[in-house]
Design a protein around this ligand. Structure first.
Ligand code: BGC
Length: 357
């Protein structure tokens, strides 16, 4: 067989077992129709909506391991990015401004003095154009116009979700622009591998020798700090709750873990970033990514005020996020890996959530 055809045959067998069904999820307040898609492959099922590209549910062995809502209404109401596709710039930009090509750009302040997760109406609150792929994948596209939320350039973003035969939810991001801009895309799923209770007993491993300490506004200071000898050392499997209340300045600033870890890698190869194990169920999820960093957030700001699926109250630390990303505030940190996207460049990024057991 011609080599190219052989490669294609391999790719199509990767998702050979995926079934995709779709339906209506409701309408936005402006009247736009929103759809919902269920991808099933063996024991993994992912439900995704084109409203904010949100992962509504993710089931492994029948247990839903992500927080969210039963209906579109929940997502339209204020919520902390449940399952969302976050952009144009995931996490924070300090003082809500940055300079690019000598021009100062101001983006919305929606987190004290800083800008968080793309501003007031980021990618998580947009209706994306969906396309069902013949191989059982779901493609979402969105054109973020020049000046939207203060960002320069018409930026075309494509995100493809697949469930692979190996028990993986694979998310592939691509973007291009017609003017220099900054970009940082992630998924903001809140995981609880037990399906209920808190996440303090989950065992976490992070492939990172360093993290980026933050200031009071959770903006990185610019230093890469070794994790050795600190509560930020997750190089060996460690219970999340083991050190979360330690008397540590960084833990106090984050009200728990809410930091970016610097992944041990040379370039943008796909590598393992995290392994999460929930002892009582035996469930294990790995996170693989081409990104240089991961935000590990322990749901410190969940306060029980939100009722989610089945009326469940989402309390403090009832879930955790593992957001693959470039480092927060990179537009203002010349030493951090670049987040600049210029015309003619192709932005590409892949993240995999893999259910091992
Ligand atoms: C941030 C947290 C924030 C959460 C929800 C995380 O990515 O690091 O500080 O509270 O998202 O917005």
């Amino acid at each position: 067989m011609d080599k190219r055809w052989a490669a294609l045959a391999v790719i199509s067998t990767m998702h050979a077992g995926t079934k995709l069904v779709s339906g209506d999820f409701g309408k936005t307040r402006e009247g736009a129709l929103v759809r919902i898609y269920t991808l099933t492959n063996n024991s993994v099922e992912a439900t995704i909506t084109n409203y904010g590209g949100r992962v509504v549910s993710l089931k492994s062995g029948g247990t839903d391991v992500v927080l969210g809502f039963d209906s579109l209404e929940g997502y339209l109401n204020d919520n902390p990015y449940f399952g969302a596709l976050v952009g144009r710039y995931a996490n924070r930009i300090g003082h809500a401004q940055f300079t690019l090509n000598g021009v100062l750009y101001k983006v919305p302040k929606n987190d004290g003095d800083n800008s968080l997760h793309g501003g007031l109406r980021g990618f998580d609150k947009r209706v994306w154009t969906p396309r069902e792929l013949p191989d059982g994948g779901l493609e979402l596209t969105y054109l973020s116009k020049d000046g939207e939320e203060g960002y320069p350039g018409n930026c075309k973003v494509t995100v493809i979700y697949h469930l692979t035969d190996a028990g993986e939810l694979k998310i592939e991001y691509a973007a291009s622009t017609d003017k220099g801009t900054v970009i940082n895309l992630t998924n903001h799923a809140y995981f609880n591998l037990k399906g209920s209770g808190d996440i303090l007993g989950h065992m976490l491993t992070l492939t990172a020798d360093h993290f980026t300490p933050v200031d009071r506004g959770l903006i990185p200071t610019g230093v890469l700090k070794p994790v050795a000898g600190t509560p930020f050392d997750f190089r060996k499997p460690t219970a999340i709750g083991a050190r979360i209340e330690h008397n540590d300045e960084q833990l106090k600033l984050g009200k728990g873990y809410d930091h970016n870890w610097v992944l041990n890698k040379k370039g943008s190869e796909l590598s393992i970033a995290a392994r999460l194990e929930e002892p009582s169920s035996g469930r294990v999820m790995e996170v693989w990514t081409t990104e240089p960093g991961i935000q590990f957030y322990t749901g410190n700001f969940l306060d029980g005020s939100i009722k989610g699926k089945g009326g469940k109250v989402y309390g403090r630390r009832s879930a955790l996020c593992l957001e693959t990303q470039h480092f927060p505030d990179s537009p203002n940190k010349p030493r951090f890996p670049s987040v600049v996207l210029r015309p003619g460049m192709d932005f590409k990024s892949t993240t995999i959530y893999k259910f091992v057991r």
